[in-house]
Design a protein around this ligand. Structure first.
Ligand code: GDP
Length: 304
């Protein structure tokens, strides 16, 4: 079965890793959000793309959910000593990624080509694609005005109350080479348990339509996120955060929805939105959990 998965960072990377463990590499494409990308210290940084790649390459720091395992921090601590901006933590090995990517982008190469080459260097077999090669930048409208995404997410630690989102540059952005084809040739499209507002929505705005059946795994369990501001965002936008709220958010395109055992009581209500449901243990604490959830998701898709 050919799968195209849409992913943000932490939650997206975990399920992508599970899928990569059980699917033949040629049957898996992961399309990654680049709305979180930004330029910082002269570097082009792609946080979600790097989280997905480091996770697939088994180089990721599983405790933080971002960055690399066994990092050292010499560069950023020296930036800090000199009074420079150190709020965005960049490890030394990670900086190597950003330096080389920045060099190649400045030489006019496309992010998708650079990502392809990095994946080959890291031994990543499935295809990983940025959603677009154009600059699309998520802007958070908040009670403190508009904030660039990383300013909101990392520098302000998601404290401002959100009022909405816009994705600067999205109107003219084309999907990266391979994205449309991956969506067309897939048997099913899986939305990983990523933030609906700022990880999946930017990808949907770039690709515009998905013809193949869509399945989503809830990033919200028991009304809360495992990490990150998705539940806080739902609440601040006046929507009670829940697995139901996630399903409702995607209802126009959803064929099936995977919710956590903890939320089993919401199953009927979600089915009433017109989609099939699977209740599963969706907490991916260990690599084995990722493969198990990926396998259950594929079985669910096959059963329909
Ligand atoms: P970000 O761009 O780094 O914030 O990453 P994502 O958008 O991909 O992921 C954030 C979401 O992942 C949050 O809403 C988390 O609740 C969710 N998440 C993280 N780990 C897990 C997990 O093990 N299971 C599920 N179901 N969701 C998870």
């Amino acid at each position: 079965m050919k799968i195209t998965a849409l992913a943000g960072g932490v939650g997206g990377a975990k399920l992508a890793h599970g899928l990569a463990q059980i699917l033949p590499a040629e049957d898996l494409t992961v399309v990654v959000n680049t709305g979180d990308d930004f330029e910082h210290l002269g570097l082009s940084i792609c946080p979600d793309l790097d989280t997905v790649c480091y996770t697939l390459a088994e180089l990721a720091n599983s405790e933080t959910g971002w960055g690399r395992a066994d990092e050292t921090w010499n560069v950023i601590s020296n930036v800090e000593k000199l009074g420079g901006p150190a709020w965005f933590r960049l490890g030394d090995a990670d900086i190597g990624t950003h330096l080389e990517r920045t060099r190649r982008l400045k030489a006019g190469e496309a992010l998708s080509q650079i990502t392809k080459d990095f994946c080959a260097a890291w031994g990543i077999k499935p295809t990983v694609l940025p959603m677009t090669d154009s600059a699309v930048r998520t802007v958070v409208d908040s009670d403190e005005g508009e904030l660039a995404f990383q300013e909101y997410f990392v520098h302000r630690q998601c404290q401002p109350r959100v009022k909405g989102f816009r994705f600067e540059g999205v109107a003219s952005a084309q999907p990266a080479v391979g994205v449309k084809e991956a969506l067309r040739s897939a048997d099913a499209v899986i939305f990983c348990p990523s933030n609906p507002w700022v990880s999946i929505d930017p990808i949907l705005q770039v690709v515009k339509e998905i013809e193949k059946p869509v399945f989503a795994v809830s990033p919200i369990i028991g009304g809360k996120t495992i990490k990150g501001p998705a539940a806080k965002m739902f609440a601040e936008l006046g929507i009670e955060p829940s697995a139901y709220a996630v399903a409702e958010h995607y209802r126009a395109i959803l064929r099936g929805f995977i919710l956590d055992v903890e939320d089993a009581a919401l199953e009927n209500k979600i089915q009433n939105l017109g989609c099939a449901t699977l209740v599963a243990n969706t907490r991916m604490n260990h690599p084995a959990d990722r493969a198990r959830l990926a396998e259950e998701t594929l079985q669910f898709i096959r059963s329909l």
